[in-house]
Design a binder for this molecule. Structure first.
Ligand code: GLY
Length: 564
């Protein structure tokens, strides 16, 4: 008799559940394709990358074509006057990373941005010709082509040439962005330039000078940019504006193949960018610091979720500021920084009842150790290769210096160095000796192109722009999918937050739910909702359980997924 009663009660409970509980929201998927995909900041660039793969090209061919298409369609960050990083995973599981980061010119000096009183003159490191680092993008693209390309480079650059010649239709966001920077363009170039007009949606921008530059690169190869006519145009223009880049700087630029940072997070293998990016090490530190916590038991973006992640971020960024720099110049204790023992010691001071004060926390100590605008795109090809690429001019339109006869912007990556210990850069990041300026040194980055594997198979490709917030945008998207089972599109669309040790505040997007702020403030957390309409712009690809690909194109921009 007992069992029918229990069954009856269960049945009533179920009926109640069905009538009183909220319906489970349907999952919102992004574009789903069978074999191949590109997700990037612009529709034109994603389409061009996909077209190359349809013609039989692989993910590396598509990377080159997409990158050059972004130069034309997304000139605030897409570039040949900047640099970037690529993390890749081939179909057989081989992984690697390419560093084509800018370098300090030979004539750069440690104190070059200090004024007579020893204060940082950030105008010099952020805008104008003195802010420009030696660009690495063209060297990077040719290196990728030499090692992995299957289609001729001339074919891969052709779509970008067509785009530059016939023009790009301006989106509303792009028109706004261009108009916001008109004055900076004038300051940096000491004159009016071609992009100087009031832009509106649906305008077309044509780039006749850039068309010529790309055609010369198509005809003459890598040497055109580093030793040819384009090199001369860059050096003449920069030096006329008071910059220090020489022909020798360009001629001696070299890319570096690096070993990615790899680590395990709850049965997933994460593969990310090593120094001179801080990305991989910080992503590893943050995720490994929170791994002992049962993250999925906290509601997404709840008080506890924000606390544990903020405290891990605070500690990782404090270490970043002290230990990280160009590995060709400084010794980085990567193993110690990412060891489980060290990270659990670091998190030991975390108290659920009270925020740690950044002023009371500095870098960790190990026994024996002495010592907006970037863009990201993700690609998976029909053969199973994947690439995650983050490329940058640093700020939007970089230094705003526009090589007039070449038709392209130059970076202001020199601001990513620590111009003076403890003095914040454009992202509020502080640094120390490890990231001090030296000739031919690479400035520390936060760019974190990342690939995630599960059981030896590709699971996710992701990355973001956003300066210091790149790292925290990447980890939140890894957690959204791994801990909260979100689709890729749901994940990239979720509101984000960020803590970077100094300044001691949790930055939140303006769309972030304010419900928990009073409680967080009571616990000692400062919340900063000013000036941060968005944090990061994540473009990512998720491999679904049935092997199909789902794109997550960040709705914060004009980002777009395409594929077949
Ligand atoms: N310029 C931004 C970064 O490399 O982190």
């Amino acid at each position: 008799m007992k069992y029918p009663i229990i069954l009856f009660l269960i049945a009533i409970l179920c009926v109640q559940c069905m009538t009183t509980s909220k319906p489970i929201p349907e999952k919102q998927y992004g574009l789903i394709t069978e074999k191949a995909m590109v997700v990037s900041a612009r529709e034109e660039a994603s389409k061009i990358g996909v077209e190359i793969m349809k013609q039989g090209g692989n993910a590396f061919d598509a990377m080159i074509a997409t990158d050059l298409a972004l130069l034309v369609s997304y000139p605030s960050a897409g570039n040949i006057g900047g640099g970037g990083f690529m993390v890749y995973r081939q179909k057989d599981g081989t992984i690697g990373a390419l560093d084509y980061r800018e370098k300090a010119p030979l004539a750069a000096t440690k104190n070059m941005y200090l004024d007579a009183h020893g204060n940082v003159d950030s105008d010099k490191s952020q805008i104008g010709a003195l802010a420009v680092g030696v660009p690495g993008t063209i060297a990077g693209l040719f290196e990728v082509h030499e090692k992995f390309g299957t289609l001729p480079f001339e074919k891969l650059i052709a779509p970008a040439i067509r785009l530059a010649e016939y023009g790009v239709v301006v989106t509303e966001k792009q028109a706004q962005n261009l108009n916001d920077h008109t004055n900076d363009f004038k300051v940096a170039n000491k004159r009016t330039i071609v992009l100087d007009k009031v832009w509106k949606k649906e305008d077309t921008i044509k780039y006749p000078k850039l068309t010529q530059t790309l055609k010369r690169i198509q005809a003459n190869g890598r040497g055109e940019f580093y030793k040819g006519e384009t090199a001369n145009l860059i050096v003449d223009y920069v030096q006329n504006l008071g910059g220090i880049i020489t022909k020798e700087d360009l001629a001696s630029y070299e890319v570096k193949w690096r070993n990615p940072v790899t680590f395990e997070y709850k049965n997933h293998r994460i593969i990310s960018m090593p120094p001179p990016s801080s990305g991989g090490i910080c992503v590893a530190q943050i995720l490994k610091s929170i791994e002992p916590y049962d993250i999925e038991q906290y509601a997404h973006n709840s008080i506890q979720y924000m606390q544990v992640i903020t405290e891990a971020e605070r500690r990782a960024y404090a270490d970043r500021s002290y230990f990280l720099g160009d590995p060709d110049f400084v010794t980085i204790p990567t193993d110690s920084l990412t060891s489980k023992t060290y990270l659990s010691r670091r998190m030991a001071s975390f108290d659920w009842k009270q925020a740690t004060m950044s002023s009371e926390l500095s870098r960790g100590v190990f026994p024996g150790y002495e010592s907006t605008e970037t863009t990201h795109y993700s690609i998976v090809d029909q053969f199973g290769n994947s690439v995650a690429v983050t490329t940058t001019l640093n700020s939007s339109y970089g230094s705003k210096v526009y090589v007039e006869k070449g038709g392209f912007f130059l970076n202001n990556e020199m601001d990513d160095f620590s111009a003076k210990p403890g003095a914040p850069n454009v992202y509020g990041l502080v640094g120390a000796e490890a990231n001090a300026i030296a000739p031919q040194k690479r400035m520390l980055s936060s760019m974190s192109p990342t690939i995630v594997e599960k059981d030896g198979q590709l699971k996710m490709v992701l990355g973001s722009p956003g300066g210091s917030t790149i790292i925290t945008s990447v980890i939140q998207n890894i957690l959204n999918v791994l801990e909260y089972d979100m689709t890729m599109q749901e994940s990239v669309s979720k509101p984000r937050f960020h803590h970077q040790w100094l300044p001691d505040s949790i930055k939140v997007e303006t769309s972030f739910d304010t419900l928990n702020f009073p409680s967080l403030k009571k616990l000692g957390y400062n919340i900063d909702q000013s000036n941060t309409p968005i944090i990061g712009k994540v473009d990512a690809i998720l491999v679904l359980p049935d092997g199909r690909l789902e794109g997550g194109a960040d709705p914060r921009g004009d980002d777009s997924a395409d594929g077949f």
